[in-house]
Design a protein around this ligand. Structure first.
Ligand code: ADP
Ligand code: FBP
Ligand code: MG
Length: 557
């Protein structure tokens, strides 16, 4: 890591038929104008316009170092706008921050994606550490920044908005910040609202988003036209996987037009399904609020003979809220998530387990994530292959369906008299303000985004990786989705806490492991052959033995 600094010209308006020699010439010319102090033994950029663009990887910046060190770096304005002026970071004169020794982050600081390693393991993938830099690429007086929130609600959205507005103002003296109303379509179909530290002062105490949100309506050209016409320099985009895909397209178009505009994503998902990051903001709030519904279900169920409480929680593709709420509660007898298929009838099925629990304990509580059992429902109901405006699959209501099936199986068939209460707290959970710990987390995410944009980074999502704030390239958070790994110890812990059947055969377990391995390989460090194909990077045929202990997601190993 001592050799001289280099940076890469990755602008998407360069020759789309780049060959490896074209790339090498880009590399040597780029090395002369590096604003980003990255030192490494080698820098390779492999740019395969079509495939990479399709993968959202057209701005791939891979820096390799010793012992298998790989930095998946984020784009920088100077990658496509050479000779940009820099300015001293105003934080060095800020009375609050200047007192802290080493307040600025070193340009070589990076954060490993995988922290559990063995003696001979390669150092693996790293992300750029977030934080303030000595030099900034914007003069605060000139900056116009905007904020937009997209997708479903999540506790903490208002906190992030507040902290971007206040952080820009208090740390950098930026006072021209405005809000885009109602999500992406607001860029071209709505007026903006001015945001000042005063106007956002207490919005963190409210649920929802004061800016409004929406699904659908992403029109890259119209959005970038609006950014250009309004003279915006920094765009802060708060949203989930769909939103970050949209943000990536906006960044690419901004780069194609050669605009000095930084695009920063702040990942939002109540489902906690965004890849790479440790945890999404609002998740702890959601898990905490879910306890109230589970408690109510438990009180109802335990107050009658053969009482069953069913609670539906959010989680379209990933059952994290259900899993954590179950583990936290200890009153839950069965947790059903999308990642773990289940069946109703016969030996080892749900009905058999319910009957056993009722006989043993007189009542039971069942938590079901909204995306669980969708294939089962589709089998028994006419399949509805509908989508929302963003293209997300519209789900059939598993809570209602399951409650009815259980009632039919036990009471209506005369097998056993049960009393079932179904609680659906999903939107109540999503609409509350964030708890204290999420507020602090939101503040740090907002600050990371601001520091990154001011330092000229762009096309990045901020995220916590192994407890450190980082800048992650967009493609990394959009190419896969975090899911509960049912062959991981966290799910085993859940099974042992509820004592529910796993609903899995040995064959299912083998298949789940194979799928998990494939997922790991896909999300591994992203080395490619020159024709754009992956070489097997850190793929390890023994990867089942990797430690996914962190939070039971596919991303940690
Ligand atoms: N693949 C995509 N490309 C561009 N924009 C997208 C894409 N997917 C979703 N979006 C836009 O992102 C916004 C939010 O997406 P959505 O999936 O509803 O929520 P979330 O961002 O929370 O996943 C919507 O305005 C939608 O049009
Ligand atoms: O009713 P809506 O707004 O479509 O929201 C429902 C969906 O929103 C979510 O809470 C989160 O989805 P996003 O992260 O894509 O916004 C899902 O769990 C749920 O299926
Ligand atoms: Mg989504």
């Amino acid at each position: 890591m001592e050799s001289k600094p280099k940076s890469l010209d990755l602008s998407s308006n360069s020759n789309s038929n780049s060959t490896s020699s074209g790339i090498l010439s880009q590399l040597s010319s780029a090395s002369a104008r590096s604003p980003v102090e990255i030192s490494s033994d080698r820098i390779r950029t492999l740019r395969f316009e079509e495939k990479m663009a399709a993968d959202g990887r057209s701005n791939l910046k891979i820096v390799e170092g010793d012992f298998g060190y790989v930095l998946e770096d984020v784009p920088h304005l100077s990658d496509y706008l050479p000779n940009l002026e820099t300015y001293p970071n105003p934080l060095q004169n800020n009375p609050s921050y200047a007192v802290v020794k080493q307040y600025f982050v070193h340009n070589d600081d990076t954060v490993p994606q995988k922290i559990v390693i063995q003696k001979n393991s390669p150092r693996g993938t790293h992300f750029r550490r977030a934080g303030p830099r000595q030099k900034v690429y914007f003069q605060p007086d000139d900056v116009q920044a905007c904020i937009v929130t997209c997708g479903g609600l999540c506790p903490g959205l208002n906190t992030v908005i507040r902290e971007i507005v206040c952080g820009l103002n208090h740390m950098y003296g930026v006072d021209k910040v405005f809000g885009i109303v109602d999500g992406y379509k607001g860029f071209y179909a709505r007026n903006t609202v001015d945001l000042t530290p005063k106007s956002v002062d207490d919005i963190h105490k409210r649920g929802g988003t004061v800016l409004g949100t929406s699904r659908g309506g992403h029109d890259t050209m119209k959005i970038v036209d609006s950014i250009q016409d309004r003279g915006i320099h920094q765009v802060y985009i708060i949203g989930g996987d769909g939103t970050q895909k949209g943000a990536s397209l906006i960044f690419e178009e901004i780069q194609r037009r050669g605009l000095k505009v930084a695009v920063a994503g702040i990942p939002k998902t109540i489902d906690n399904d965004i890849a790479v990051i440790d945890k999404s903001f609002g998740f702890d709030t959601a898990v905490g609020e879910a306890q109230r519904a589970i408690n109510a279900a438990h009180v109802e169920a335990s107050s009658v003979e053969n009482g069953i409480g069913v609670v539906k929680l959010m989680g379209r593709y990933s059952g994290f809220i259900a899993m954590y709420a179950t583990l936290a509660s200890r009153d839950v007898d069965c947790c059903l998530i999308p990642e773990s298929p289940f069946y109703l009838e016969g030996k080892g099925g749900l009905y058999e387990y319910i009957e056993k629990r009722l006989k043993e304990n007189g009542h039971m509580v069942l938590v079901v994530a909204e995306g669980a059992g969708q294939e089962l429902i589709a089998e028994s109901l006419r399949s509805m292959d509908h989508q929302d405006a963003s293209g997300n699959k519209l789900l059939l209501d598993v809570g209602l369906w399951l409650s009815q099936k259980i009632k039919d199986h036990f009471t209506n068939s005369g097998r056993m008299q049960i009393t079932l209460k179904y609680i659906d707290p999903t939107y109540m959970i999503r609409a509350i303000p964030s708890i204290a710990s999420d507020n602090v987390y939101c503040t740090l995410l907002a600050h990371s985004a601001i520091h990154g944009a001011m330092a000229g980074y762009t096309g990045f999502t901020v995220g916590l990786v192994n407890g450190r704030h980082t800048y992650i390239p967009f493609y990394r958070v959009t190419e896969t989705r975090n899911k509960v790994v049912i062959t991981d110890r966290m799910w085993a812990r859940l099974l042992s806490s509820t004592n529910q059947p796993s609903f899995l055969s040995a064959k299912d377990i083998e298949e789940a492991k194979r799928a998990e391995n494939l997922q790991k390989w896909r999300s591994s460090s992203g080395k490619f052959t020159l024709d754009g194909h992956h070489v097997m990077p850190e793929y390890d045929s023994n990867a089942e033995n990797c430690d996914t202990e962190n939070n039971g997601t596919t991303q940690k190993c």
